[in-house]
Design a binder for this molecule. Structure first.
Ligand SMILES: NC(=O)c1ccc[n+]([C@@H]2O[C@H](COP(=O)([O-])OP(=O)(O)OC[C@H]3O[C@@H](n4cnc5c(N)ncnc54)[C@H](O)[C@@H]3O)[C@@H](O)[C@H]2O)c1
Length: 250
């Protein structure tokens, strides 16, 4: 494992109770950061905080990222506990149903976009003023290969993730005059609890599209995020970092 220096940095990882967010939180802590896990899962969150506690400073904040007032409160709580927020990994997300657009329940379509796109917006909106005031920040938004390519039977998810990519490009340019980097990653499928939300046919489809012939490992995603979240990532901003095992050549 390469050593990334995040000593003294304070990080928020949304959706950090499990999956990619948990792997990222662990890697950031191994690199010396203090971490606040923001998640809506009141059962899993305390357990995950307990598991990570041996690796350094970690806080759990129960929050639903679709609720901007609650996100603002989570940011205040985190600043009070850790002293500031230098890093945001906006990772919380859901897959939603895997059905054709015409069969997609309208409420579910709205819910997926509310979490996967508005959730990222709310978190950036809440933490950017503090980063600008302190003149430093690293934001990594978790999009998806679906946002580049558009997966069939995942219209809400693909649209929301394409929105995250565009939000990242826009905010990166807005903040380029500060020492603040805003980038996103576009993972291919990784085996996490999110697979429970999607059909086996859809999982098979996603795997068949990956030239590497396997799923993304969580540590591979965490390694890329850790570098993007570091001070060494001082030039690149508004960019999309591919994690698709060769599916996307752009
Ligand atoms: N696993 C994959 O195949 C894959 C591929 C590409 C992108 N991604 C993206 O990576 C991110 C993490 O996915 P994962 O696979 O680790 O999923 P996961 O289901 O294992 O974890 C997601 C976490 O987000 C939390 N969450 C969901 N909605 C929330 C909300 N409204 N407010 C706060 N927390 C909320 C959940 O409680 C959960 O702990 C998601 O944005 C997902 O779209 C995943």
């Amino acid at each position: 494992m390469n050593q990334i220096d995040l000593a003294g940095k304070r990080a928020v990882v949304t959706g950090g109770a499990q999956g990619i967010g948990l792997a990222v939180a662990h890697r950031l802590m191994q690199s010396g950061a203090s971490v606040a896990l923001w998640d809506r899962d009141d059962d899993l969150l305390p357990k995950t905080v307990g598991e990570l506690a041996g690796h350094g400073r970690v806080e759990g904040v129960l929050v639903d990222v679709t609720d901007f007032r609650a996100v603002e409160q989570a940011a205040e709580e985190t600043v009070a506990a850790l002293g500031g927020i230098d890093i945001l990994v906006a990772n919380a997300g859901v897959a939603g149903p895997t059905v054709p657009l015409v069969d997609y329940p309208v409420d579910a379509w709205h819910d997926v976009v509310a979490i996967d796109l508005f959730g990222v917006y709310h978190c950036c909106r809440a933490v950017v003023p503090g980063m600008v005031a302190r003149g430093y920040g690293r934001i990594v938004n978790v999009a998806s290969i679906a946002g580049k390519e558009g997966n069939p039977n995942a219209s809400a998810y693909s649209a929301a993730k394409a929105g995250v990519i565009a939000l990242t490009k826009s905010l990166g340019k807005e903040l380029a005059g500060h020492d603040i980097a805003v980038n996103c990653i576009t993972p291919a499928a990784a085996r996490t609890a999110i697979f429970d939300q999607i059909s086996q046919g859809h999982i098979d489809y996603m795997l068949s599209k990956i030239p590497r012939g396997r799923f993304l490992e969580l540590d591979e995603a965490a390694a890329m995020v850790a570098w993007l979240a570091s001070g060494e990532n001082s030039f690149t901003t508004g960019a999309v970092f591919d994690l698709s095992g060769g599916r996307a050549t752009y």
